[in-house]
Design a protein around this ligand. Structure first.
Ligand SMILES: Cc1cc2nc3c(=O)[nH]c(=O)nc-3n(C[C@H](O)[C@H](O)[C@H](O)COP(=O)(O)O)c2cc1C
Length: 383
C-alpha cells in the first residue's frame, strides 16, 4: 500500500548534492525552513550492498556497505517524513532492489536523470537516461509498480533538433514521465553540457510547467528567497530546489534572512560532531562555506586541520567536542553493559560510532567515503 503521498506543491527543497547533502546539511536545511531534503545521489549497486543498522549510540539509522564497511547513508528519525532518497540507476531491476533497501525509512524516491559526469554516462545513468527515454520510463514504471512511495525524477533540458524546439522535446519527455504516475518532476533548467556558471534558462520553465499537470520543481540559479518570489511571479511554478545556495550558506532557507556564515559553520560542526560524521566529508563542506575570498588565512588554517579535534579548536568548539565525545563514550559503555538498550531490536551497535577518520591527502580530501563511486560534482562547479 502506498504511504500517504508527499505533497510537492509550494515546497522549498534542498537539492541532491553528492558529499554536501549528508545528514548534518539536511537537518540544518529542515531547521531553517526547507520543506523537503534530498539525499546525495546514491548508486543502486552500492545501496543494494548496504545493510540497515539502528545506531543506538547516535540515535540514527545507518546504511552500511557490507563490502567496504563504510557508511552509505545516515538518516535521522526526525527527517524521515521529508527525506527523498535519490538513486543513480540505469536498470529497472537494480533500481527497485536499491529502493527497497530504504523504502521503509525514506519518504520518497527520486531518480537522477541529469548527472553529466562520465561515470554516470558510461553506466547508462544520470543524463544518459535523457538520450534513452525508453530506459528512463522503464525504471520509473518499475519503481512505481514495486515501491509503495512517491516516485519522482530530476531531469535537465533537452536541446532543440532540426524539427523540434527545446520546449517541444523536453515537454514531450515530461509527458511520458508524467504518464508513469510520478508525483513530481524536477527540472534543472540547464542542458546536459552546460556548466553551473552558465546561466540557467528560467524562460523555459513557464511552458514546461504548463505542459504537464504533475508539480514541476524548478532548479537552477535559485540563490535566494527573492529568486523564489521572482520565479513565482513569472512562472506557474511554486516548488523550488536549491543546491549551491545552501551549499554556501544553508540558512538561505530562513524567512528572516541569512545568518552569518561563521554561525552556520559552528552549527554545522556541532551537528556533524554530534552525529559522528566522517571528518573529511564535513571539512570539505566547511571549506566550501568559507571561500578564500572571505579570508584566505582563516580558510588555510581550517584546511590544515586533520581531525575533528583540530577543526573544533579552530572554530572555538573544543569544549563542545570533548564533552560530546565523552558523552558518546559513556553511552557506548552503557550499551556494552546492557544498561542502555532501548531500540536495538537485535541490531548491533555500529562500529562507526567512534571510528577514527583518516586524514585526507589534500585540502579537499579523497573521494567521499560515503559514496566512492559517485560523480565528482565539484570539478563541474569549479570547472
Ligand atoms: C556539490 C554538488 C553536488 C551535486 N550532486 C548532485 C546529485 O547527487 N544529484 C543530482 O541530481 N544533482 C546534483 N547536483 C546538481 C544540483 O542538484 C543542481 O541541479 C545544480 O547545482 C543546479 O542548482 P543550483 O543552480 O541551485 O546550484 C550537485 C550539485 C552540487 C553543487
Amino acid at each position: 500500500m502506498t504511504r500517504s503521498p508527499l505533497d510537492y506543491s509550494h515546497k522549498l527543497i534542498l537539492a541532491p548534492m553528492v558529499r554536501v547533502g549528508t545528514m548534518p546539511m539536511r537537518l540544518m536545511a529542515l531547521k531553517y525552513g526547507a520543506d523537503l531534503v534530498y539525499s546525495p545521489e546514491t548508486v543502486d549497486k552500492r545501496l543494494i550492498k548496504s545493510k540497515r543498522v539502528v545506531n543506538d549510540v547516535l540515535g540514527t539509522i545507518d546504511f552500511i556497505n557490507t563490502d567496504s564497511n563504510t557508511l552509505t547513508l545516515r538518516m535521522h528519525p526526525t527527517e524521515l517524513d521529508r527525506l527523498v532518497v535519490q538513486l543513480g540507476s540505469g536498470d529497472p531491476d537494480l533500481a527497485v532492489e536499491a529502493a527497497r533497501v530504504v523504502a521503509g525509512d525514506a519518504a520518497a524516491i527520486d531518480l537522477n536523470c541529469g548527472c553529466p559526469k562520465r561515470f554516470s554516462l558510461v553506466s547508462s545513468m544520470g543524463a544518459a537516461l535523457l538520450s534513452d527515454p525508453d530506459r528512463l520510463i522503464a525504471i520509473l514504471t518499475a519503481l512505481k509498480r514495486e515501491i509503495p512511495l512517491p516516485i519522482t525524477c530530476k531531469i535537465r533540458l533537452l536541446p532543440a533538433t532540426e524539427t523540434e524546439t527545446v520546449v517541444e522535446r523536453t515537454a514531450a519527455l515530461m509527458r511520458r514521465i508524467e504518464a508513469t504516475g510520478v508525483s513530481a518532476i524536477g527540472v534543472h533548467c540547464r542542458f546536459k553540457d552546460q556548466r553551473p556558471q552558465d546561466p540557467a534558462h528560467w524562460d523555459y520553465l513557464i511552458p514546461l510547467a504548463r505542459a504537464v499537470n504533475v508539480p514541476v520543481i524548478a532548479n537552477g540559479d535559485v540563490f535566494a528567497l527573492d529568486d523564489v518570489r521572482k520565479l513565482k511571479e513569472m512562472a506557474e511554478i511554486n516548488s523550488f530546489m536549491l543546491a549551491r545556495a545552501p551549499q554556501y550558506n544553508v540558512s538561505v532557507f530562513r524567512k528572516e534572512g541569512l545568518l552569518p556564515i561563521r554561525t552556520v559553520m559552528e552549527e554545522y560542526t556541532r551537528t556533524a560532531v554530534t552525529y559522528d560524521m566522517p571528518f573529511h566529508n564535513a571539512k570539505y563542506c566547511l571549506l566550501l562555506m568559507w571561500p578564500s575570498s572571505l579570508g584566505k588565512e582563516y580558510r588555510e588554517a581550517l584546511a590544515k586541520t586533520k581531525s575533528w579535534e583540530a577543526m573544533c579548536e579552530k572554530l572555538d568548539l573544543l569544549d563542545f567536542y570533548r564533552a560530546t565525545v565523552a558523552a558518546r563514550q559513556a553511552r557506548v559503555a552503557n550499551l556494552a553493559e546492557g544498561t542502555l538498550n532501548p531500540t536495538t531490536n537485535g541490531s548491533p551497535v555500529t562500529p562507526f560510532a567512534l571510528a577514527p577518520t583518516a586524514s585526507p591527502p589534500s585540502e579537499l580530501g579523497p573521494e567521499c567515503p560515503y559514496i566512492p563511486e559517485t560523480p565528482d560534482y565539484e570539478t563541474v562547479i569549479h570547472a
